[in-house]
Design a protein around this ligand. Structure first.
Ligand SMILES: *[C@@H]1O[C@H](CO)[C@@H](O)[C@H](O)[C@H]1NC(C)=O
Ligand SMILES: *[C@@H]1O[C@H](CO)[C@@H](O)[C@H](O)[C@H]1NC(C)=O
Ligand SMILES: *[C@@H]1O[C@H](CO)[C@@H](O)[C@H](O)[C@H]1NC(C)=O
Ligand SMILES: *[C@@H]1O[C@H](CO)[C@@H](O)[C@H](O)[C@H]1NC(C)=O
Ligand SMILES: *[C@@H]1O[C@H](CO)[C@@H](O)[C@H](O)[C@H]1NC(C)=O
Ligand SMILES: CC(=O)N[C@H]1CO[C@H](CO)[C@@H](O)[C@@H]1O
Ligand SMILES: [Cu+2]
Length: 575
């Protein structure tokens, strides 16, 4: 009898819980699509111009808690949303943050300042390795400039976090003012939070922004669409909302007895572009350049246009392509960047919908629906125009990778661990947590071959700090289960005879992803061979800073929920 009552009470509580949380959730069908106009994020110059000469500049950018309000809501019909926003003041802070525009060879210094309150707006989980202030007050943050080639002290190491007013600091914190030398090739970068165990929630709350390095001498002759109107970052991410406008994140873990809050992948059902849900953008009948950044925690996007417009890829993550590549669809993993020209003069009708058909989780999860299968709408003006922009046949060619120059070969295995109820509990690289001592210690100025072995069912976007890499090939593992069980026992790819298992199907690297990258999709059940270069790719000069300094760098999976628990390892360069 007592047991029945207990069970009944538990059942009622569960029903109430489910009802109240689902009752508060906004269904995406309640938000009409394409009603809000796209916004451009504020632009901040990372340089001064003095008498026509560019000089280095020092910026102060804060992180503020604010309501995303008035004309700045995520959607016309949503109440204001509490967010964490980057900006030069509380008033001007936005989600995503301002676009920082830097010039090749001109230093940008940024003092990132935390003005966040003591309690987080989203559920985080103290049972995964997490930055927790000693006083239990304040939100740890630290900023990583993704794709940047800069010193370790300015890399935003996960343990270099700090709370409001630098009151408390993590164990590897070294300084307040970060130094970005911008000596690398021109391209697309983005900045985002990277605090230990909090990256997924700090990004979800809004801490992201784009950063562009321009190099006039090499880019101007190309004649690509240029200027604020025709060259625009589009930052895409997915979120769910409650009726009160706040961001919804399920606060019950998939293994609540082990991790009360952590879930292996966050998916939202509303697609946001530049801080607006399914916006529209009015464009002229000519070419535009869009730098599309996938800032979702876990959602992959496979973009296509419903009216058949093509994507002309001119660059990838952080480098230009040698030649433009035209595709009718484009797959973007989290944190990957597509840099494309869209020629709206080719459109037969006066609108074009940018859509998405990537299953989630990618590649074997649920199909998209009406809501997350739509991204934004372009309204194309009727009037024909003379187009001054062009896409030349030759863009910027960087030296091809030279396999014979590789000084080391490494095996990097990705593991997922599950609980008794067969739910993921955590993920490791090479069977090691982040805290275990460093195993990847490349020599500055060299190249290495990394064989990345994906022993899980998910596609993990691998991101390496500092180094750039070229994907050589992806080969399916044969007798994969036999290999996996050997790896699970010994965690040693050579001992498990990896070469005997690496001759299954081959996957072609798409033409627009053949260049130098800083993120690539590691297909499940495949070995991905990459050549990683720990030097500049546009010149033979050595780094202008000491890459061997503490606290070193990291490499990790860019599904943020995986990175936090803890699909991340240290990377320490040596002389
Ligand atoms: C939240 O996650 C838990 C555990 O995975 C699940 O049982 C529950 O249904 C989820 N709640 C909602 C509203 O999706
Ligand atoms: C962003 O990346 C996530 C995760 O890799 C991916 O699922 C999503 O499709 C990407 N979105 C875009 C717009 O590329
Ligand atoms: C893109 O082209 C390929 C090959 O022609 C075709 O299989 C695919 O369905 C096309 N995708 C879209 C979205 O039209
Ligand atoms: C992958 O590329 C490397 C380097 O070009 C080459 O040596 C190797 O044979 C290739 N592997 C397969 C399976 O084609
Ligand atoms: C770098 O060195 C290689 C080999 O010495 C040479 O072929 C190449 O032209 C150099 N590249 C640059 C940009 O100076
Ligand atoms: C070797 C290995 O672990 N392969 C796994 C890769 O992913 C597939 C699913 O896509 C699993 O079934 C395999 O076990
Ligand atoms: Cu992952």
């Amino acid at each position: 009898m007592e047991r029945i009552v207990v069970v009944l009470v538990m059942f009622l509580a569960l029903m109430l819980g489910v009802l109240s949380s689902s009752g508060q959730l906004i269904s995406p069908s309640q938000l009409e699509m394409f009603v809000d106009e796209i916004q451009d994020m504020p632009r901040i110059q990372g340089f001064h111009v003095v008498n026509g000469v560019s000089k280095s500049k020092s910026l102060k950018i804060g992180m503020f808690k604010k309501h995303w309000f008035l004309g700045e809501k995520f959607h016309r019909d949503l109440p204001p949303t509490p967010v964490y926003a980057y900006g030069t003041s509380m008033h001007t802070a936005t989600v995503p943050g301002p676009t920082i525009e830097a010039i090749h060879g001109i230093d940008t210094y940024v003092t990132w300042q935390n003005h966040l309150p003591s309690k987080h707006i989203l559920p985080w989980d103290p049972t995964i390795p997490t930055a927790i202030p000693f006083t239990k007050k304040g939100i740890p943050t630290v900023v990583h400039l993704h794709g940047g080639i800069h010193e370790p002290e300015s890399d935003g190491n996960s343990n270099s976090w700090f709370t409001a007013g630098f009151k408390e600091k993590g164990p590897t914190w070294t300084k307040k003012m970060y130094h970005y030398p911008n000596m690398q090739q021109p391209g697309n970068l983005w900045y985002h939070d990277h605090a230990m165990g909090l990256t997924r929630v700090n990004l979800l709350a809004g801490l992201i922004g784009s950063y562009i390095i321009r190099h006039h001498d090499v880019e101007a002759p190309l004649g690509l669409p240029n200027g604020d109107e025709f060259d625009r970052p589009l930052i895409v991410f997915d979120r769910s909302f409650l009726k009160d406008g706040s961001i919804y994140m399920n606060s019950t873990g998939n293994n609540p007895n082990i991790h009360p809050q952590w879930q292996p992948e966050y998916f939202g059902d509303t697609i946001i572009v530049n801080g607006k849900a399914w916006p529209h953008m009015t464009v002229r009948r000519r070419k535009y350049r869009f730098r599309i950044i996938n800032a979702s925690n876990a959602r992959f996007f496979r973009f296509y246009f419903t009216n058949g417009l093509d994507f002309i890829h001119v660059a990838a993550d952080s480098t230009y392509l040698g030649r433009p590549v035209t595709t009718n669809e484009t797959l973007l993993a989290p944190s990957e960047i597509a840099d494309v020209v869209i020629d709206f003069s080719k459109s037969k009708c006066d609108f074009a919908i940018l859509a998405n058909d990537a299953p989630y989780p990618y590649p074997s999860g649920d199909p998209v629906n009406d809501a997350n299968g739509r991204v934004m709408k372009f309204l194309i003006k009727r009037k024909r125009e003379f187009d001054t922009w062009r896409v030349p046949n030759k863009l910027i060619k960087y030296p091809s990778p030279d396999m014979s120059s590789a000084s080391q070969t490494r095996y990097i295995a990705m593991y997922e661990y599950t609980s008794a109820i067969d739910e993921p509990t955590h993920l490791y690289i090479n069977g090691k947590s982040y805290d275990e001592s460093v195993t990847e210690t490349p020599k500055a100025g060299t190249s290495e071959v990394w064989n990345v072995i994906n022993l899980t069912e998910d596609n993990h976007p691998l991101h390496i700090h500092l180094g750039l890499f070229v994907v050589m090939n992806q080969t399916e593992l044969v007798k994969a289960e036999e290999f996996k069980s050997c790896m699970t026992r010994f965690n040693d790819a050579v001992k498990c005879q990896i070469s005997k298992h690496t001759h299954g199907k081959r996957l072609e690297v798409p033409a627009h992803e053949k260049g130098w990258k800083n993120v690539y999709k590691m297909t499940p059940g495949y070995v991905t061979k990459i050549l990683v270069r720990f030097s500049y790719i546009h010149s033979n000069a050595s780094y202008t800073f000491d890459p061997t300094a503490e606290p070193g760098y990291v490499y990790h999976c860019h599904i943020l929920d995986h990175e936090d628990n803890v699909m991340m390892r240290p990377l320490k360069l040596v002389k």
